[in-house]
Design a protein around this ligand. Sequence first.
Ligand SMILES: Nc1ncnc2c1ncn2[C@@H]1O[C@H](COP(=O)(O)OP(=O)(O)OP(=O)(O)O)[C@@H](O)[C@H]1O
Length: 324
Amino acid sequence: MIRLDGVTKRFAGGAVALDDVALDVARGEVFGIIGRSGAGKSTLIRMLNGLERPSAGQVLVDGADVATLDDAALRTLRRRVGMIFQQFGLLGSRTVADNVAFPLKVAGMGAGDRAARVAELLARVGLSDHGAKYPAQLSGGQKQRVGIARALATGPDILLCDEATSALDPETTRDVLALIADLNRDLGLTIVLITHEMDVVRQVCDRVAVLHAGRVVEQGAVADIFLDPQAAETRALLAEAGEQVTADFAEFAGRVVRWTCHGDTIGQPVLTMVARETGADFAILDGRIGRLRDERYGQLTLGLSGGDTDAAIAALGRYGRVSA
Ligand SMILES: Nc1ncnc2c1ncn2[C@@H]1O[C@H](COP(=O)(O)OP(=O)(O)OP(=O)(O)O)[C@@H](O)[C@H]1O
């Protein structure tokens, strides 16, 4: 649905914000772009609705090159592409209802239809009783819900989220991400979100691209990136987020393997079953159990000694993935 092909952005001062970026976002997925400050995330997301033009390469939305759209086509594209922001971008002097109604007014919808649509949108984001309030009377999470209602007003099929939860506390972040996941599921919205937080990616994304100094250093399914990261930058971001990725257990006097499992396997006494079957002893050297979007996963670094270690490794492979 969205394709970036060889996209480079060089600003007037010479800064190269994006360098030969290629990515594909499929219809209906939640696609994350993660990177540190200055990696080029904002520049990239602004290209998707034509706010920024590439110096080289193409940005295609449903096959149309965004840079070649005329003004009318660009307006149509922007109705299809909603956007929410870190600082919410609400008008402080307007009520919540007026903020949500704003894009409808711009699109020429009459007052009666507007009021009905605003009521529907506020209900969708759980703010039915807040239409007459002003943004200053709302919490951060509520403000972002208003931002989401406004972004959905024109019925977009793509939602861009620009560090949408970075100003929120962890609990409110979880609530807003849950709402974003609901919109993805219920409305089939394609969502592209940029973030500097791995935890946001873990909670809501299907796939992710890691951006470093303007280049995509790694991209793929969130489970693969979390459980088997390849690029140094990905490993560093995961380590900073408290997600164990590598450990050196060279001193362990036995075989060391990493075992990754998903879903119902967690909760089964796999290690004791395998130990009984093969006589192998297990030392748990490192590990984590967590959740990737809707699925639980576990990853343990195990030290094996005694018994039939080859048989033990084969048996572990029946319950999950074993890597060196
Ligand atoms: N309008 C501009 N003119 C010149 N340089 C720019 C402009 N916008 C961004 N840059 C530069 O491009 C690079 C990428 O910036 P960008 O804002 O896309 O990164 P980011 O990953 O979104 O970072 P942050 O999270 O801090 O916003 C930076 O070096 C930045 O200074």
